[in-house]
Write a protein that binds this ligand. Structure first.
Ligand code: SF4
Length: 243
């Protein structure tokens, strides 16, 4: 694979990788990313309802790839169990929980109720800050978002520069049917809450089940303008429901 000069900025790196791999199969995107940025790539996974396919593809390419799980302290118990079970099933050997800094939590959210009054700050404290803290080590993050998940994700590129490096989205073009066929074909275990109507699983206080036909992410921050935690959008990124 032709290599890009180390000194080039991440916007240029994203454009370069998109030219080479924007239409490549997801496994090839993952393989090319690990090869292009050795030792500087991690996967971000919530171990939610839709996480198994990306993690399966990563495990097939290299099961020792670091997998970062943002452990907000507000997750469902079922998610923590699923994380252990799925990692063991796939043979992932380097899952790292990222936790918010205890002092910052105590100062900003002593009652653990910030999600109800200021969810953007809650997500910044519990999700973005722990992830930002590791970006110097892992400037290249692979994520599992898909264009079909929400209107706010309809134009997701496979490679994009963000505020701290490069965001890589190998499953951007995958449709619901593609994901289902991969899950069934590979015999991947489902998140336990899927059977209870959760099409997307985040923190317990901010997630509900969805009705048939609803946007899969309609149960996230239901009744609020917020649609994204801001993890992948960085400075200036959209974190509120359009319209
Ligand atoms: S999803 Fe809810 S509980 Fe979790 S960090 Fe964001 S606002 Fe807080």
């Amino acid at each position: 694979m032709p290599m890009l000069d180390e000194g080039t900025d991440y916007a240029a790196r994203a454009a370069w990788m998109n030219r080479l791999y924007a239409d490549a199969p997801a496994a090839e995107v993952i393989r090319a990313t690990l090869a292009a940025f050795p030792g500087r790539v991690a996967v971000v996974s919530s171990f939610g309802a839709d996480s198994a396919v990306l993690l399966d593809l990563v495990a097939e390419v290299d099961p020792a790839t670091p997998v970062l799980m943002v452990e907000t302290g507000m997750l469902f118990a079922e998610t923590l169990t699923y994380q252990r079970d799925l990692a063991a099933h796939l043979g992932l050997s380097d899952v790292r929980p990222l936790r918010p800094e205890a002092g910052a939590l105590e100062r900003a959210d002593p009652q653990r109720a910030l999600y109800s009054t200021d969810p953007d700050t809650c997500c910044a404290l519990r999700k973005r800050a722990p992830l930002d803290a590791v970006r110097a080590a892992f400037p290249v993050l692979i994520n599992g978002r898909k264009r079909h998940q929400a209107a706010t994700r309809a134009a997701l590129p496979v490679f994009a520069a963000d505020h701290a490096g490069l965001s890589v989205t190998p499953l951007a073009a995958w449709a619901v049917q593609d994901l289902a066929e991969h899950r069934v074909g590979r015999g991947l275990p489902a998140h336990p809450l899927v059977a209870r109507g959760f099409a997307s699983v985040g923190c317990a206080p901010c997630t509900t089940a969805v009705a048939p036909g609803e946007d899969p992410r309609a149960g996230r921050w239901r009744g609020r303008e917020k649609t994204e935690c801001g993890l992948h959008f960085g400075a200036g990124g959209a974190v509120r429901r359009a319209g």
